[in-house]
Design a protein around this ligand. Structure first.
Ligand SMILES: [Zn+2]
Ligand SMILES: [Zn+2]
Length: 283
């Protein structure tokens, strides 16, 4: 089967418009926000746009569809009100995913903000167990590795594995690996050895089949910077040669790719997609 490649697209004008944008770019998979990711409001989705979204998804054969959750969610927080809202929001995102037939929901688990990371992760695990007890969904969560910014509790694969092991697999399908975040968190994916180490770490701690999605992003800042700033593919600190090795590495070569690279215009997406397509098969 052909490798699935897509970008994060805007849903301005309706979620169905997002799929049209993806199709125009030649995407075979896609990621969207289900609503404004910096607000708690869910907005109003019309019945027609949902019906049209599902019809287009089928006719364009765009799958899987990934919903990226709101940036406000923090399941590791000690603030009760924020935790309550975060749990409710994850449940809503899963509901929306099932409504529109999206396969996966991508989640940044949360951050500790001055607290002990282990304690904070424990809170996130409890929150995820609460979510698992609150319903059943066809869509499943993917935990994304984070960039190692202050308070991050999920920048190491080992940390993600600790969560995966304690939450029912019916809720969480596995992980999403963001290349910019991994590099910023200190994983040297620019060497063959560093790449093998990362692959082994994922396989040993999370399981061979846990990796379901790769966010393919170059990084503006150097290795281990702890800063989450995405760059165009091949134009940042990771570079074209390293991406060529990465996308063709046997462990990573069959996983769907979603680009979250900077975009001023659709041309930026076209250029980045072109770069990635040219690298595939040239490792
Ligand atoms: Zn993300
Ligand atoms: Zn990402």
């Amino acid at each position: 089967m052909q490798r699935r490649i897509g970008v994060h697209v805007s849903i301005a004008g309706g979620i169905d418009k997002g799929l049209e944008r993806a199709k125009e770019l030649g995407c075979t998979t896609v990621q969207i926000f289900s609503h404004n990711p910096r607000g708690w409001g869910l907005g109003n989705r019309q019945e027609e746009e949902i019906v049209r979204f599902m019809a287009l998804k089928k006719s364009y054969d765009i799958a899987p569809v990934f919903i990226h959750t709101s940036y406000l969610i923090n399941l590791a927080t000690s603030r009760q009100e924020l935790l309550r809202k975060s749990i409710a929001m994850v449940i809503e995102e899963l509901n929306i995913a099932d409504q529109i037939d999206a396969e996966f929901v991508v989640l940044h688990t949360g951050s500790a903000a001055g607290d002990d990371p282990g304690t904070a992760r424990g809170r996130a695990i409890e929150a995820l167990k609460q979510i698992a007890a609150a319903g059943t969904w066809k869509a499943r969560l993917l935990l994304e590795n984070t960039a190692g910014e202050r308070g991050d509790v999920t920048s190491r694969i080992h940390d993600l594995a600790g969560i995966l092991q304690q939450v029912p697999r019916g809720l969480i399908a596995g992980i999403c690996l963001d290349t910019c975040h991994a590099f910023s968190a200190g994983y040297d994916i620019c060497t063959a050895k560093g790449l093998d180490v990362l692959a082994r770490e994922i396989s040993a701690h999370c399981g061979r089949d846990a990796l379901r999605l790769i966010h393919l992003n170059d990084a503006k800042k150097p290795l281990g910077s702890g800063v989450d700033r995405h760059e165009h593919i091949g134009e940042g600190m990771i570079g074209k040669k390293s991406f060529s090795r990465f996308v063709n590495h046997p462990f990573f070569s069959r996983i769907p790719l979603i680009l979250e690279t900077p975009k001023m215009t659709a041309d930026d997406d076209l250029r980045n997609l072109g770069t990635v397509r040219a690298l595939i098969g040239k490792g």
